[in-house]
Design a protein around this ligand. Structure first.
Ligand code: GTP
Length: 327
């Protein structure tokens, strides 16, 4: 079988031939084409006087994109911003120094008031035809990139929030408690102020689930979350750390203040009446309190003592408050 491979050999006369002569470009022709080139750029280009803000040149970008009328005889702030006076964010002062010399290129981003689009602006002082320094701006539309940035930022914030928030109760979750807790401990060590921890666990919660259903249990957890959020200070951290287990970290709080708050929360919980079908759900909880000790390395030590105190409340008959050193 014969194969017919294409020949890649270049004929001798082609190799030896002179390369094609470049087409001569006349400077005059290029100059004549300059307005056409500028008017076809995908960027706004304009020149304005430093003192009077009078527009000296603008390419067709603005008109091509239906953003405004012809610019001649107008000020830059009239044409570009539809404003009554010079823009507060004008960058002219950054383009020349105190001796009136050009300082270089200034690049910045802003959202235009007229078309609501974002631009990256490249500003510079250049010599005009009569020798004076004028403002040259080249502005490129970066709206798509900016929108993407904003969307990404919002998504990031939402993800961050979701990763620290308990969805059901809208309280902090366990991860948030530890994240904020370490900060609270560091700050307390620096300022030599006390930190209290309160833990509580709903009593016989399994009974609520088993008798009225999981949704009824969820409703109780949501109500506990609402009650808790309304009763803690902005500087406190309230978290749901397990199924029906909650923890509070209270910076700058003495033991007696923590006891008072725990008792208040116990009573508020005891008083909750959560309507469910033809009945009312009446949750209670057992509370434990511990204070940050000098030799507590990390948050775990403090929480584990609060947890011990909480289990004492369970063994004492539930719906009560226990303090760690008191047993
Ligand atoms: N509805 C609901 N129930 C949950 C959730 N997380 C955990 N639970 C339930 O919480 C109950 C906890 O039960 P137990 O650990 O036996 O505790 P308890 O019944 O509260 O008893 P004591 O703590 O001893 O008073 C279990 O039935 C879990 O299924 C949740 O997100 N929603």
């Amino acid at each position: 079988m014969t194969t017919h491979k294409p020949s890649h050999r270049i004929p001798a006369q082609e190799v030896d031939a002179d390369p094609p002569a470049p087409v001569a470009v006349s400077g005059i022709a290029a100059n004549a084409a300059l307005p056409t080139i500028l008017d076809n750029l995908d960027a706004l280009v304009y020149v304005a006087d430093f003192e009077t803000h009078e527009m000296l040149y603008m390419n067709a970008y603005w008109q091509n994109n239906n953003l405004g009328d012809y610019w001649a005889g107008k000020k830059c702030w009239q044409v570009l911003q539809n404003a009554d006076g010079p823009c507060s964010f004008c960058t002219n002062h950054l383009l020349i120094d105190s001796s009136g010399n050009a300082t270089g290129i200034h690049v910045w981003e802003f959202q235009n008031k007229v078309d609501k689009r974002w631009y990256q602006c490249r500003d510079q002082a250049i010599r005009w035809t009569d020798g004076r320094l004028v403002r040259l701006e080249i502005a490129t539309d970066i709206t798509e990139r900016k929108n993407m940035e904003v969307a990404l930022q919002a998504a990031q914030q939402a993800a961050e929030k979701a990763s620290l928030q308990d969805e059901l109760t809208l309280l902090n979750n366990r991860r948030a408690l530890f994240q904020f807790g370490e900060l609270i401990i560091k700050q307390a060590r620096r300022s030599q102020t006390p930190v209290a921890a309160i833990m509580f666990d709903l009593d016989h919660f399994k009974h609520i689930n088993d008798t009225y259903g999981h949704e009824a249990g969820d409703a109780v957890l949501r109500e506990v979350g609402t009650m808790l959020r309304s009763r803690v200070r902005g500087s406190d951290v309230a978290a749901r750390i397990g199924g029906e287990e909650f923890a509070l970290l209270l910076p700058d709080t003495q033991q007696n203040q923590a006891l008072e708050l725990a008792e208040l929360l116990r009573q508020a919980l005891h008083a909750l009446k959560i309507p469910h079908k033809h009945t009312e759900l009446r949750p209670t909880a057992s509370f434990g309190i511990a204070m940050l000790a000098d030799d507590d390395g990390r948050l775990e030590a403090l929480l584990s003592r609060a947890d011990e105190a909480m289990y004492l409340s369970k063994t004492k008959g539930r719906d009560n408050v226990s303090l760690y050193p008191q047993f």
